[in-house]
Design a protein around this ligand. Structure first.
Ligand code: PGA
Length: 249
């Protein structure tokens, strides 16, 4: 049995004041949730304060990116040591917004994921196709290739502990959720890809989230799908009540 994981990707939202207030509002709403990993991913400037606010609760904290080098001349980047220092347990890597707006490549995503994992931080590795690729019908191959590139160099035992987020780009922030069947089709294909790359044990253990306009009204149908193990939530993670309802699917 895979433990569900629901993560909120706050993107470039929430100051320290707003982020800590959100955690304080969220914590009592989700305090009785025992069987789901709950993660909040604030911006870098709010990470330390949000981690402090989440201390002693069942809310874990994740970053939105990490660099693969330990230190040095990488303006604007954050190292694994810096994330460890503030207690970030997860990090989102390869989000489509990073890939599309900031030129992140499959190779870079792989390096970031490997550096995070080696530092004891669980990477949430994002993949997903654009509307063009979806409509062309080549999305299964496209997503499988992203997964193969991102997981290159991991061992089967390591792959088992990773989290993958399948986020069709056409569903992100658009209000257009993939149907439950569409989400399941791709998540099942990702699991098959992991089995072929490593083994069935790794494929059975790796957790695969769906992301893209997830809302309280859609989470239940998604979570009923056998290959969907959680969600990466953007807009709805900015509202404590909505996010708590998603966590309590
Ligand atoms: P959304 O974002 O829920 O606002 O569509 C999801 C994401 O990009 O992680």
């Amino acid at each position: 049995m895979r433990r569900p994981i629901i993560a909120g990707n706050w993107k470039m939202n929430n100051t320290i004041a707003a982020g800590t207030a959100l955690i304080k509002e969220l914590a009592p709403l989700v305090k009785d949730v025992k069987d789901v990993d709950i993660v909040a991913c604030p911006t870098a400037t709010a990470l330390a304060a949000v981690a402090a606010a989440a201390k002693g609760t069942n809310i874990h904290v994740g970053a939105q990116n990490v660099h693969w080098e330990a230190k040095g001349a990488y303006t604007g980047e954050i190292s694994t040591e810096m994330l460890n220092e503030i207690g970030a347990e997860y990090v989102i890597v390869g989000h489509s917004e990073r890939r599309d707006y900031f030129g992140e490549t499959d190779e870079g995503v792989n390096k970031r994921a490997k550096a995070a994992f080696a530092a004891g931080i669980t990477p949430i590795i994002c993949c997903g196709e654009s509307l063009d690729i979806c409509e062309a019908g080549t999305y299964l191959d496209y997503v499988a290739n992203q997964v193969k590139a991102a997981l290159n160099g991991f061992s089967a035992e390591e792959a088992a502990k990773l989290v993958i987020a399948y986020e069709p780009i056409w569903a992100i922030g658009t209000g257009k959720t993939a149907t439950f069947e569409q989400a399941e089709e791709v998540c099942a294909h990702i699991r098959k890809t992991v089995a072929a790359m490593f083994n069935q044990t790794a494929a059975d253990a790796i957790r695969i989230q769906y992301g893209g306009s997830v809302k309280p009204a859609t989470i239940q149908g998604l979570m009923q799908k056998p290959n969907v193990d959680g969600a990466l939530v953007g807009g709805a993670a900015l509202k404590a009540v909505d996010f708590s309802q998603i966590v309590k699917f």
